[in-house]
Design a protein around this ligand. Sequence first.
Ligand SMILES: [Zn+2]
Length: 75
Amino acid sequence: MALIQCTACDHRISDKAVACPSCGHPSGHDRQGALRVLGSVAGTYISSTTLASLALGVTMFVCTAAVLITLILHS
Ligand SMILES: [Zn+2]
């Protein structure tokens, strides 16, 4: 395993890496595989952000509901 320099940000990355972990620029040693892996990485990223916003939404809803219930019970 050798280290090569990212063409986009000069970050040192593995020649086995399909994309720079710093900026996400594809290293280009295996275009087809890189695109496939990038697609799955993008899919994971999208689903993880969706999950995060969903969790945040649920947390906000529970907090709002708790505040409302407290206000109603104390009025
Ligand atoms: Zn980079």
